[in-house]
Design a protein around this ligand. Structure first.
Ligand code: MGP
Length: 214
C-alpha cells in the first residue's frame, strides 16, 4: 500500500522534466516574467472622507495607480487596504484609463449606474469577496458581451451601507439589461434583492427614482 502511495506521489511530482507534470510559469524564466495583458488599461481612484467643509468633491478624489495586466492587478489588489478596511465616507473607483469617475466626464455624462446597496444592519455581507468579484468581472470584461457599455465600477463605504455600482456609457435599456443581470449574479444577490439603474442626470436630484429595477 505504502509503495503504491509513494509511486502515486512521484507521479504527481512537479519536476519539469516529466512529460506528465503540468507546466507552470515557474518552469521558465521567460514565462515567469510574462504579463497577461487586459483588453483595456485601468485606473484605480480613491475618494477620501471629507475632513473639513472647505474640501469639495474634486479635492477628495485622486487617481492612485494605472495598470494593464492581470499580474499588475493582483500586485495592486494585494497591497491596498481591502474594502472593509477603508474609512467610512470613502470610495474606490476603477475606471478605464482616460475616464474620470465623475458624472461630468464626457464618457459618463449620458450614462448612469447599476447599483446595489448592502445594508449593514441586514447582516455582514462578504463585501471584500463581492467587490473583488466585481473588479474581476469589469477588468476581465465578463460583465457585458461586446457592447463596451461599462466605464467602471465603484464602491461607496458608508455608515449604514456598502454600495457597489457599475457605471455605464448610456441609458439605453436594451443595452443595459445584460449588465444589470450579470451584476446581480456577480454580487450573489437573492431573488428578492434588487439592482437599480439610475442615470447620472437623475442622481444629481434628491429623491430621484431608479429608471430600471431588476
Ligand atoms: P455619493 O457619494 O455618490 O452619494 O455622492 P452618497 O453616498 O449617497 O452621499 P452622501 O451624501 O450620503 O454621502 C455624495 C456627494 O458627492 C454628492 O452629493 C456630490 O456632492 C458629490 N459627488 C458624487 N459624485 C459621484 C460626483 C460627481 O461625479 N461629480 C461631482 N461634481 N460631485 C459628485
Amino acid at each position: 500500500m505504502s509503495e503504491e502511495l509513494t509511486k502515486k506521489t512521484e507521479d504527481l511530482s512537479l519536476d519539469s522534466k516529466q512529460e506528465s507534470a503540468e507546466k507552470t510559469v515557474f518552469d521558465s524564466k521567460e514565462e515567469f516574467t510574462a504579463k497577461h495583458p487586459l483588453n483595456h488599461r485601468w485606473t484605480l481612484w480613491y475618494t477620501k472622507p471629507q475632513t473639513n467643509k472647505s474640501e469639495n468633491w474634486h479635492d477628495l478624489l485622486k487617481p492612485v495607480i494605472a495598470f494593464s495586466s492581470v499580474e499588475e492587478f493582483w500586485g495592486i489588489y494585494n497591497s491596498i487596504p481591502s474594502a472593509n478596511q477603508i474609512p467610512l465616507k470613502s470610495d474606490y473607483h476603477l475606471f478605464k484609463e482616460g475616464i474620470r469617475p465623475e458624472w461630468e466626464d464626457e464618457a459618463n455624462a449620458k450614462g448612469g449606474k447599476w447599483q446595489h446597496a448592502f445594508l449593514k444592519k441586514e447582516g455582514n455581507p462578504i463585501i471584500n469577496d463581492l467587490w473583488l468579484r466585481g473588479l474581476l468581472a469589469v477588468i476581465g470584461e465578463t460583465i457585458e458581451d461586446d457592447e463596451d457599455e461599462v466605464n467602471g465600477i465603484v464602491i461607496n463605504v458608508r455608515k449604514q451601507v456598502y454600495r457597489i455600482g457599475i457605471w455605464t456609457k448610456d441609458c439605453d435599456e436594451s443595452k443595459l439589461r445584460t449588465v444589470g443581470e450579470r451584476l446581480k449574479k456577480i454580487l450573489q444577490l437573492k431573488d428578492d434583492q434588487r439592482v437599480e439603474f439610475i442615470s447620472h442626470n437623475a442622481s444629481n436630484q434628491k429623491g430621484a427614482e431608479p429608471q430600471i429595477v431588476l
